[in-house]
Design a protein around this ligand. Structure first.
Ligand SMILES: Nc1nc2c(ncn2[C@@H]2O[C@H](COP(=O)(O)OP(=O)(O)OP(=O)(O)O)[C@@H](O)[C@H]2O)c(=O)[nH]1
Ligand SMILES: [Mg+2]
Length: 336
């Protein structure tokens, strides 16, 4: 699950990356970042495990594209194709170029780049069709025509669910189909007064001060951090929200496993069934899947422990068609 941090030169990408990656990341450009998961704490209190493991997202700091106001440039656009999610940092602090313009410039770049890909492919298909009918899959061609029409109407593909999620289109790595989080990087004194655009399907916006986040991430002493935040009148760091939003944009939910050895959060594609969840842990668990013993998070909170939950009938045995829900605590039964 890789997320690219992109934006125009000097927009604050490396500051935000540094805040996400934590102290000691100065010479890095990629880092695995823990997804905050408060539900692990009560489970750990109950099991007292040797190890507590969080889910992680990989963030990669991509060097700045273009000049301000111009496009991002082909080097950058090609570099981000392989990513699952995008985190675009907009410079809202220097006053050189309105962040709104940067946002629009990025969106336009994606549309133009995608249009070039689809037009080229359709041209090739037209030639192939003349050669022999069987060379072109009509379903794929129809989908690509729909892609082209959508882009020509200046609509990013991510806003059309069936195009954004079509498995047939995955190989094209369309940029406007990728989920994207825009981080509006403003000066700390603007944090409370700035209004952001509304979110759209697979497009979210968040207000941050990357410089401030980086400074806060460097304060290891909690008391010092508390004082720093009080001095500036900041209630909470935006970092946890940036990570959570990325996680949601990746279309992931979390299921949990708990035992004396380890209490752990696992990432799972929304809508996945129990055997796929087992497969996230180990392919053998998926192959030999028999049943999943599931306690929902709500029932865990209600009863406080597994024994009582079992007595009350809240511990459910689920089969291979069970769709896993966020927060489910699962024990898998399997054959090896
Ligand atoms: N005054 C001020 N400066 C900031 C703010 N945020 C970032 N900067 C500065 O702007 C400069 C650029 O920040 P970086 O994080 O290096 O930007 P970048 O996007 O990684 O830049 P490139 O990697 O060159 O594309 C740094 O010197 C930051 O300290 C801010 O809110 N106020
Ligand atoms: Mg940088």
């Amino acid at each position: 699950m890789k997320t690219a941090i992109l934006g125009f030169a000097g927009s604050g990408k490396t500051d935000l990356f540094g805040a996400l990656a934590g102290p000691g990341s100065e010479n890095l450009n990629r880092a695995m970042v823990k997804v905050p998961e408060p539900r692990l704490d009560p489970l750990a209190a109950l099991f007292n495990p040797k190890k507590i493991t969080y889910t992680e997202i990989e963030y990669v700091d991509i060097p700045g594209g273009g000049g301000k106001g111009e496009g991002l440039g082909n080097r950058l656009l090609n570099e981000i194709r392989a990513f699952d999610c995008l985190l675009a940092v907009l410079d809202g602090f220097s006053g050189v170029n309105e962040p709104k313009n940067q946002w629009q410039a990025i969106e336009t770049d994606f549309l133009i780049a995608d249009l070039a890909v689809v037009e080229k492919k359709l041209e090739k298909m037209a030639i192939d069709k003349k050669k022999a009918k069987g060379l072109v899959d009509p379903k794929e061609e129809a989908l690509l025509e729909q892609v082209k029409a959508t882009l020509e109407a200046e609509t990013p593909l991510r806003e059309v669910e069936e195009l954004a999620l079509a498995p047939e289109l995955r190989g094209y790595c369309f940029l406007s189909a990728k989920p994207i989080l825009y981080a509006w990087n403003v000066s700390e004194n603007k944090l409370s007064s700035y209004s952001l655009p509304e979110g759209k399907p697979r497009q979210e916006h968040i207000l941050v001060s990357a410089k401030l986040e980086k400074e806060m991430a460097e304060l290891s002493d909690p008391e010092e951090l508390q004082m720093f935040m009080e001095d500036l009148g900041i209630k909470e760091s935006a970092l946890a929200r940036v990570i959570r939003k990325t996680y949601e944009l990746l279309n992931l939910i979390t299921f949990l496993t708990a035992g004396e050895k380890e209490v752990r959060a696992w990432p799972l594609r929304k809508g996945s069934k129990a055997p796929e969840a087992a497969g996230v842990i180990h392919s053998d668990l998926q192959k030999g899947f028999i049943r999943a013993e599931v306690l929902s998070w709500a029932d865990f909170e209600k009863y406080g422990d597994f024994k009582l939950a079992k007595e009350k009938g809240a511990l459910r045995l689920e089969g291979k068609d069970y769709i896993v829900e966020d927060g489910d605590i699962i024990t898998f039964r399997f054959n090896v």
